[in-house]
Design a protein around this ligand. Structure first.
Ligand code: SAM
Length: 409
């Protein structure tokens, strides 16, 4: 651990914590630990100085939020828990973060069973901040509910309470700022990026999404290949920008400096197709807005036709979000789309190729994988919106017909 260490907490989608640890470690997070205290969707670690947290929040693709932790503690689930929260928040010395003329507000997320709600936590915590500062300095800190200078978070999960400075703000980081066309069942960009990490894709390999909708997966892959920070298109939308703690820094200049890691000349073999012309037109718009139209190809195509475009074994990764058939569309058609995916994967994937699928119906793929000599190599239990889903990483079984054909040819 570094000499002057700050503890930080990142929130993410439940189930992808291990992927988040890999990404954040590559961005300089130290001692990254997933699911500490058994808490899903939380990744902890240490950084050397607060500005490092701003940089990580600006660059990371697999997180929703980053908090600088100022206090933690145990809270009761009964009404008395609010008194516990008050004491934990009041125990923090806020003066470094909240100089006199600055405004603040408290946001809270709560999960588990408690005899109080998030608005109660926000109210009692706000009062604790005001009381503490009043006792210390004699002035009353101003609350501003919309666009405050400083956004505090007091999150309660089970009996654990965490108090920190939110570096991200109202809009979590899955809102990338490049989506012009909103597909009705678009995948959240954080999950899309996690699927690409899970596939082990390298930018020189061909990646295909044959049911691409508005193109999120392919666009995320293009931005990963070009090392573009996830915050690139939402520069104005970070809570760390208004923190008085950074008043002496020019954050616009810093963000431009962080952008220099991007290499816009990288050209990757990325292909997205969908049966719907409307969605493909939307994907193209999104790709233009994300400045990756020059490295992505889009086509209206029934996925069944994919092998006509890509010869046998020519694709390394298929990363795809097929229809779930839950809220719209028919279950029969969704089931058929799952079957089709494995069939085309069998035709176009290379011997060491992988197909990564996010699905609400893993059983449809589990049934078919052995028949087609595929095996599920890894799975992640996630939430897609509020639906339980799995990300499955599927590869060919060792010694399968395809791999022995390739070896003997
Ligand atoms: C869940 S959506 C994908 C959303 C996308 N990941 C996004 O972020 O916008 C599934 C897509 O599969 C497409 N689809 C369904 N059956 C197909 C088929 N046989 N061939 C190609 N696309 C198909 C639908 O048109 C729909 O856009």
């Amino acid at each position: 651990m570094c000499a002057m260490a700050y503890k930080v907490l990142f929130t993410t989608s439940r189930g992808i914590e291990d992927i988040v640890v890999q990404e954040l470690t590559s961005l300089g997070l130290e001692e990254a630990r997933p699911r500490l205290f058994g808490l899903d969707g939380w990744v902890w670690g240490f950084i050397d100085e607060p500005i490092t947290l701003a940089r990580i929040c600006y660059k990371a693709r697999t997180i929703y939020r980053g908090l600088l932790i100022l206090a933690e503690g145990e809270v009761r689930r009964s009404q008395e828990g609010l008194e516990d929260i008050y004491q934990i928040v009041k125990g923090v010395d806020w003066t470094d973060w909240l100089p006199p003329e600055t405004t603040f507000c408290v946001r809270s997320t709560r999960s588990g069973r408690h005899q109080y709600q998030s608005p109660d936590i926000e109210r009692i915590s706000g009062q604790a901040v005001i009381d503490r500062i009043m006792e210390q300095t004699g002035h009353r800190q101003k609350v501003k509910l919309a666009h405050p200078d400083v956004m505090l978070r007091v999150d309660v999960t089970g009996e654990k309470c965490v108090v920190g400075i939110d570096f991200v703000g109202e809009e979590a980081l899955h809102r990338r700022g490049y989506r012009t066309y909103d597909h009705p069942a678009a995948i959240n960009a954080v999950l899309a990026a996690a699927m690409i990490w899970a596939s082990g894709w390298k930018p020189e390999e061909r990646l295909v999404d044959p049911m691409c909708g508005g193109g999120t997966i392919v666009i995320e892959a293009a931005l990963i290949a070009r090392k573009v920070p996830a915050g690139f298109f939402r520069k104005e939308n970070f809570a760390f920008k208004t923190l008085p703690y950074f008043a002496n820094l020019n954050l616009d200049d810093l963000m431009f400096e962080w952008d220099t890691c991007a290499d816009w000349s990288v050209s990757a073999k990325l292909f997205g197709s969908d049966i719907s012309p409307k969605h493909i037109a939307g994907a193209q718009l999104n790709a233009e807005r994300a400045l990756v139209a020059d490295t992505t190809r889009w086509q209206v195509l029934d996925a069944a036709e994919l092998p006509k475009l890509f010869p046998k074994s020519s694709v390394k990764k298929i990363v795809v979000n097929p229809p779930f058939g839950v809220r719209s569309g028919s279950v029969t058609r969704a089931k058929e789309a799952h079957r089709l995916l494995l069939q085309i994967a069998d035709e176009v994937l290379s011997e060491d190729g992988k197909i990564v699928v996010i699905t609400h119906h893993p059983e449809w793929l589990e049934m078919l994988t052995p028949v087609l000599d595929f095996a599920i190599e890894r799975q992640y239990d996630v939430l897609h919106g509020d639906l339980p889903a799995k990300i499955l990483v599927i590869g060919r079984k060792k010694g399968s017909k395809q791999s022995s054909e390739v070896k003997s040819s």
